[in-house]
Design a protein around this ligand. Structure first.
Ligand code: SAH
Length: 354
């Protein structure tokens, strides 16, 4: 039993089963034992690898797409360049390197990172030590300037609630315990019509709701709608939420999400329809593209060839594998999706369509 499992078991014993959303928040961000609070999460030595940790091309291409959107909007100055959930800081480093030669981009920007874990903040401070970085607790703390924002594999770690359709209606799936081991239990039934979008789902099906994700997507769009800018959101998931997607990863393998609390990454599929709907009240949201399509449109093949021309042997082989991993339909190419958010009537960032 991990130290966090005993904290959770104690809480459930005293107060009863907890929603999956509360369980996720404790596992990821408990101040002492949370996964992002106390571990080297990302990279080959961690539990999972993100696209920027696989290849520099990911951040370079997305960074240039954001910079093009900034040029299209008349190179506003000052503006905020932001990342939410910046991990090791690798993605932002690649964005900054690629945009170095975009005239006035760096001199006009304030660089802001939104990161919940102090340990991850410390890592970002080291990676980005050449830059003047500010950390914000959330998007409401940003100044009233145009916002150019990136979020990769951020929304998948925001808490979800799960509801299962039963004969009685929709019952929330909760985390309970038997002795010292955690299990899933179903809570009180809600009205069978509680979820408009799920009226047709058969008995036994599950839907997942992330109010935090919708709130943050809405807040990004509200800022961009009011002050200008562009956001690119990339994550694993699909247009609609379908089925139980709660997943735990430990040393790059899937494990039972109720074991190793605080020592495994815990995520859920992102529902892009919910992100889009929340954002479209305030700004223009692009059609969803797969990561593979998006990177192809941004010219990953040409960039890969240019980089390959100075590589040999194992480095070259790894580079080819990395390109494949980012774009191939059986790897991250289809599983990961992207949308952009821009002010109504502004040009979409390069790589996106309406
Ligand atoms: N974008 C990075 C890292 C993704 S990992 C990359 O592509 O490599 C997820 C990141 O989000 C971590 O830095 C984690 O600490 C942070 N995070 C998780 N929950 C958060 C929250 N509620 N608010 C802000 N940051 C959060």
């Amino acid at each position: 039993m991990t130290p966090l499992t005993s904290v959770i078991v104690d809480q459930i014993t005293r107060f009863g089963p907890m929603p999956v959303s509360e369980y996720m928040t404790l596992c990821l961000l408990h101040p002492e034992h949370g996964y992002y609070t106390n571990r080297q999460a990302l990279g080959a030595k961690g539990d999972f690898t993100t696209a920027p940790e696989i290849s520099q091309m990911f951040g370079e291409l997305l960074g240039l797409s954001l910079a093009q959107a900034w040029l299209d909007q008349g190179s506003p100055s000052p503006f905020v360049l932001a990342e939410i959930g910046p991990g090791n800081g690798t993605l932002m480093t690649d964005i900054l390197r690629a945009t170095k030669s975009v005239s006035n981009f760096h001199t006009s920007m304030t660089l802001t990172l939104v990161e919940a874990s102090p340990a991850m903040q410390a890592r970002q401070k080291t990676t980005l030590d050449k830059y003047d970085v500010e950390w914000a607790d959330d998007l409401t703390a940003l100044p009233d300037h145009p916002l150019f924002l990136i979020a990769n594999e951020f929304f998948d770690c925001l808490p979800i609630k799960q509801f299962r359709r039963t004969d009685e209606g929709w019952q929330e799936q909760m985390v309970g315990c038997e002795g010292s081991s955690l299990n899933f239990v179903l809570g009180k039934a809600t009205d069978p019509n509680a979820f408009q979008q799920a009226l047709e789902r058969p008995i036994g099906s599950m839907i997942e709701i992330s109010s935090a994700s919708a709130a943050i997507s809405g807040a990004i769009a509200q800022h961009i709608g009011a002050f200008g800018g562009a956001a690119i959101i990339v994550d694993y998931g699909d247009w609609i939420s379908d089925g139980d997607s709660l997943q735990a990863l430990k040393s790059h393998s899937k494990i039972d999400p109720l074991t190793l609390c605080g020592q495994a990454d815990l995520t859920a599929h992102v529902c892009f329809q919910d992100l889009s709907q929340a954002a479209s009240h305030f700004a223009q949201v692009s059609a969803m593209a797969s990561q593979g399509e998006l990177l192809e449109r941004l010219g990953i093949t040409a960039r890969a060839q240019a980089l390959a021309s100075s590589m040999q042997g194992e480095t070259l082989e790894n580079h080819i594998l990395a390109h494949n991993r980012l774009t191939h339909p059986e790897q991250m190419g289809t599983l990961f999706k992207a949308i952009s958010i821009t002010p109504n009537n502004a040009n979409l960032p390069a790589g996106f369509n309406l």
